[in-house]
Design a protein around this ligand. Structure first.
Ligand code: ADP
Ligand code: MG
Length: 399
């Protein structure tokens, strides 16, 4: 789960992390009121969307030479006019895709006199099973680009969970940022605070880009992205409360209500599978046969009629779907029960696209008989390869 910049900064401030003063705003009036509460005379008005690259982004509704989603305002009047330009409009950045994202919230914050921008992020490194800090002197820019063109400018510092964050980790961060004296000390402190927050909040990613050195010699977090391990959210109701559903895919929200693991993809073959591994294999074999999956969907262990119906509806929300491949292994659930569910669900949603079903497992023959006798144009398949070939042939017939 992701949250907005201002929410992440408010969380980090509780751990002592230095952030510029700022206030979130949902309307132009609130933005003006926020600016009046800040010391000024420089303000930065920042579009709050779950995507980076806002500064260099473009608003669809504004002229091509208009400024992006991070703007320096020199007066309260400028804050007002920027808020008017941004709210309700669609910001397109390198991370939003072409469709962009509508800006519904702003963050009005102190303008900071920046001496230098740095990069610092933390992720769970699955390879080592530890939290890795990624640090670079090249802040404020696209870190993927830095990694590509000047990888020597990126340092990775791994923290052993049994040991925790030690003073030497702080010194390593400061050294990687080429800081000395008081700034080096501040870098150690801020790295430790961020590490503490990362663990306490069960983050899976925390990115500070940029971390800035101000002209008066302080290190501040100027921009932050924070995402959380969804398996640990039950421990953090205060984090769940920050969820902004308008930033999420409506189909994915609907799926989560039915406990379906659904992720929308760009292809035209909808997939309904039980088990994440089988779902991955199903997507692979569709690709191997020359088409692309429209989604990942794991219906989980209990493929009930209710769940299968919900899954069909969610898959069919995507107008790109030209056919559906159901690939279910009846282990705990028996194939005849699953077949009943598929038939009932296909009738309920009045399925109009070709449907290929591959069933395997307990009572497979009864299951196949139910599908064959359903009166529905369901194409049966015997194994994974057969299923993929059949669904690819079917969607090619209709498109
Ligand atoms: P994004 O990464 O989405 O473009 P940032 O918050 O990183 O958004 O802003 C982009 C750039 O704008 C920063 O690298 C920094 O140079 C400048 N900036 C952002 N916030 C402030 C601020 N409060 N004061 C001064 N400059 C800022
Ligand atoms: Mg940034």
């Amino acid at each position: 789960m992701n949250i907005h910049e201002y929410q992440a900064k408010e969380l980090l401030a509780k751990f002592g992390v230095g952030i510029p003063a700022g206030i979130a705003a949902l309307t132009v009036e609130e933005a003006v009121a926020a600016a009046k509460q800040l010391p000024g005379p420089l303000y930065v008005v920042k579009a709050q969307i779950h995507a980076g690259g806002r500064g260099k982004g473009k608003f669809k509704e504004l002229p091509a030479d208009a400024k992006g989603g991070v703007r320096l305002a020199k007066s309260v009047e400028e804050v007002e006019s920027f808020a008017k330009e941004m709210l309700g409009n669609t910001l397109v950045t390198v991370q939003t895709g072409e469709a962009g994202k509508q800006v519904n919230r702003l963050y009005v914050t102190d303008g900071v006199d920046i001496a230098k921008e740095y990069y610092l992020s933390m992720v769970v490194d699955r390879g080592t099973g530890r939290v890795a800090m990624i640090v670079s002197t090249e802040g404020g820019m696209d870190i993927e680009e830095v990694a590509h063109s000047t990888p020597e400018k990126i340092a990775t510092i791994v923290v052993d969970p049994a040991q925790g964050f030690m003073p030497h980790h702080g010194r390593a961060v400061a050294a990687a940022l080429k800081l000395s004296g008081d700034l080096a000390k501040q870098a150690g402190t801020i790295a430790k605070q961020l590490f503490t927050a990362f663990n306490a909040l069960d983050c899976d990613m925390l990115e500070i880009n940029p971390l800035v050195e101000t002209k008066d010699g302080n290190l501040l977090v100027l921009d932050t992205k924070m995402s959380f391990d969804s398996n640990a959210l039950y421990r953090h109701p205060e984090v769940v409360a920050l969820r902004d559903e308008t930033e999420e895919d409506p189909a994915e929200i609907e799926a989560s209500k039915y406990d379906l693991a659904y992720i929308k993809l760009d292809g035209n073959i909808g997939c309904m599978v039980n088990g994440a591994g089988l779902a991955m294999a199903t997507m692979d074999i569709i690709k191997l046969n020359g088409e692309f999956p429209a989604n990942f969907l794991d219906v989980g262990g209990g493929a009930t009629t209710e769940k299968v119906t919900a899954a069909f509806k969610i898959i069919l929300r995507d107008p790109a779907v030209k056919g559906i491949l159901v690939n279910i292994f009846g282990g705990i659930m028996k194939c005849d029960i699953i077949a009943d569910g598929i038939v009932a669900a296909a009738k309920e949603v009045n399925l109009q696209v070709p449907l290929v079903v591959r069933l395997e497992g307990t009572n497979v023959q009864q299951g196949k008989d139910i599908l064959a006798n359903s009166g529905l144009p369901i194409v049966p398949a015997n194994d994974l390869g057969d299923a993929a070939q059949k669904i690819v042939a079917e969607v090619r017939k209709v498109s």
